[in-house]
Ligand binder design. Sequence first.
Ligand code: MG
Length: 503
Amino acid sequence: MNQPLLNHPTIQKILDHYKTIWALNHLSHLASWDVETYMPEAGATGRGVALGKAQSLIQKLVLEPEFVNQAKSLQGIEELNDWEQGVVRVVNRMIDQYQKLPASFVEKWALTTNQAQVAWRNAKQTNNFTLFRPHLEKIVDLSIQRADYYGYTDSSYDALLDEFEEGSRTAQVELYFKTIRPFLTSLLQRITKSTQFISTHPLEQTPYLRNSLEKFNQEMLSFLGQDPRSLRLDISAHPFTQNISSQDVRITTWYHSHDFAASILATIHEFGHALYELHGSPELEYTPICGGASLGIHESQSRFWENFVGRSQAFIHRFYPQMQALGVDIHKSSEAEIYRYFNTVKPGLKRVEADEVTYHFHIMIRYELEKALITKQLKVADLPEAWNAKYKEYLGVEPKTFSEGVLQDIHWSMGAIGYFPTYSTGTVLSATWKKMLEKELGTIDSLIEANQIETIQTWLKDHIHQFGSTYTFNQLVEKETGTKFDAQPWMEYLESKYRLLYP
Ligand code: MG
């Protein structure tokens, strides 16, 4: 019989105690999913109170002296296997974060970000930055305090980055963007000068039959190997994935009246997140390391399915008849046209609608601005102007309203400063997985053509999913690739794909 993954007696005690924390998280996740999908609006207040209470109960359980002592006693013990070390790392990080933030600060933070989200929604709806400004000012101040509580060596922004991607530092992120920026700038220049360049693809404006698209998404999920007993699809204002347990993951998608690719790509993106959660080793269930490792690794999975499967020629070919059936005006489009529609590159104002090439500029803009706010190089009052200037500089476009400019994302209103870079690094990492997988198994296109989706799934499971959060982003990348995180495979991928699309 195989040796169990988590065997050490003190680890066993930690896991016993953690199971209650897991249960509270489990119920909180279910309650949060309900907020975004089916909860009647008036339920918001009660749900907020319940989730807040559950959170403080979790904090109490994490800080129980015996649990803290057990976790500390295992730090630096070398005979633990990787999985056990993962538990020790994750639990101690949790303890450390809860210990460093005073309860009064946590409460203030929750209150401020709750109010800020309401203000942000109103401000966005009425195109009024002034409504959101005082809230964002408070959030920036509190984020600086948060960084001070956590502590850092070089920059307060480091402490915030680390919260979303363990081990991430400003200097590395800076270097990373410096590497990809000139590459993207010249690629985009070539694309916009190509005779194939168009500023809008007609299919973006073409209406579709909603019922048919809902059916399409279900059929696509079956093709991708969805097990409906453990993965369900619903509808929400913004697509997201919520893991409840390793056998119960919920994803959502959206439907607009036109632009059917937006719904298909959102569905397959969230499927990629879900698969990661569903594929953890069963022995990790109820432990602190079950579920995806980090935001960056997670995004490397969602982007993998979205870009390499959903935007591929083989996928469009496989689903061409079903796509034609999505509407009378879509019916006329050739397969080649639909492939081009799924891969149209154009500088625009909105991050969530961006293509594979321009997407990263949206992230760079947010990264530079939020870092400037945190390091006090920029005042919130000057943010809209700075935002517009960056859009002009990076993408040659300028928002006419606050809503399509500085107010477009929810992140800052939630206090998520330091989050954005993971969208870019995760996307870039996905190309490293692609390169490795294709070297072993042949191209993803050929696997789709041969109906070998399961082969792709198994590869991802073996190399990434099974570990849950045993490893950090950097640890997993180094373990699997033998080198440090590198943007080269992604640059090669974009270069060769878009040279063909935009000669
Ligand atoms: Mg995502």
